[in-house]
Write a protein that binds this ligand. Sequence first.
Ligand code: ATP
Ligand code: MG
Ligand code: MG
Ligand code: MG
Length: 565
Amino acid sequence: MRASQFPLFTNKETPADAEIASHQLMLKAGLIARLGSGLYTWQPLGLRVLRRVEQVVREEMDAIGGLEVLMPAVQPAELWEESGRWSLYGAELLRLKDRHDRDFCIGPTHEEVITDFLRRELRSYRQLPLTFYQIQTKFRDERRPRFGVMRSREFVMKDAYSFHLDQPSLQATYDAMQQAYIRIFERLGLRFRAVGADSGAIGGSVSEEFMVLADSGEDEIASCSQCQYAANTELATSRLATPQSPVAPAPAAEEPTPGIHTVAEQCKVLGIEPAQVLKSVVVMADDSPAVLFVAGDDELNLIKAAKVLNADEVRLAEPEEALQATGVPRGFIGPIGLPDGLRQWVDTRAATLINFSTGAGRQDYHWVNLNWGRDVALPKQADLRTVKAGEGCPRCNQGQLEIHRGIEVGHIFQLGTKYSEAMNARVLDEDGKQQPLIMGCYGIGVSRVVAAAIEQNHDEQGIIWPAPLAPFDVALISIGDDRSAAVSEAATQLHDQLQSAGLSVLWDNRDARPGVKFADMELIGIPHRVVIGERGLKNGTLEYRGRCDSENQDLPVDEVLGVLL
Ligand code: ATP
Ligand code: MG
Ligand code: MG
Ligand code: MG
């Protein structure tokens, strides 16, 4: 490929609104271009990287028997009403109407669609187990899209769904999927951890996240120095929290408890079972200016919090609507910072107000429990436990926990019968009995992987692609007088030779100064650089430099291929 036919849209300036390295470098290198908040065009160069990720994912999904499908991005509301998520999903779900005034959404995920597909098409239990996957565009109306494609609104996900007659079969596919994920992230050259996770609002009991280790990651992981234990600190905290002695009653506190703690911890400290406390939770969708967001996140997290509390019912409502809700709601969960009306209401009822976070340090919410009233003491900060580096490992009891930050690039779940029960997806078993299908679901943030890889692999000059992700394997740079017949002939020959050896080559034949060419090739992070100039050619040599090398190497022309392969 010649740069004259493959224009490089690189930029010198670091975009002012790009906070993290991957976002800055993806814009500067011309991999993506911003269209609007959380919306990006993949430029030709970026798309080559995205396609390489897709390819690895596709190969590993096929290898474990996944069947590729492609489902519509636009989904009818009826399906989401059947599963109960039309009301539960909140503002992250982009809803729209067609010309007949019928409701639709743009899929943030596809459990409903695939369940509907299989309940119609499955003929016999003998066809099970089945695993379907797709690589497709999702839309989530994130409350705070940021970091470019790391947390965008439209993004590419690989989502897979498996269907089974029994739990052992689900477990077998889940295990195969876990191994496939490990292979995928290893092949992509990423440093990652598989961690136990809270399955939250998506349901199910077993779930694991795949975290690319990076300081800019939004998640926090605790891992043991001695054994394989690794968990999202959210989960680690609830596992570690030990029952505390009852807290002596104290006067009602009008002010929230300082500090950030998980709900599970709060309940432990107070010596209460979350299930006893809260049966109905109204989650407020509050966009009022009084709301303070410590870190961007979404309503799904609030719902997740409600689930932690074992709420039977979760509804989204504006604060005013919540106040007027029919039947007395037992509690509220909302972002910290009460609107005035609600503050008054809470005060007159002497309700308890507790601050917590659904994930260590991620976002603060308040939890207003109306039933506890003045009898309940608020825990003191000292009574609460949070995971800190150095804590003993809850699994082996020998190692100590280390804390890392991570980027969630994949998530696998055992869903059980959550969707099949709600949507009546059943099959007759061997004995002629109707059985709900048992399901698993498995996601990879394909576009996020590209950004995560850059977070782990870059320097002052630009991106350093792990070889399997590079948009081109080799940057061929011709310098000096490009019209020189000798240079142009040698470059053409080498270009063709490398391409036929299976390497992808970007030949920078632009009419530009060598310094400009070198800087661009370093910025876009091509692993190998070969420079052809008149002077070298006279001695039959080329100049080679790996992206991470500190020095150039003169190589005889006919040895280049050997070095590159
Ligand atoms: P997060 O916690 O980052 O919001 P999630 O838990 O909501 O992610 P899942 O529902 O588990 O996401 O979706 C599967 C994968 O899709 C995630 O592991 C992540 O890699 C990717 N993903 C989710 N949201 C986004 C987004 N807004 N932009 C890019 N990738 C995303
Ligand atoms: Mg999310
Ligand atoms: Mg998550
Ligand atoms: Mg997830």
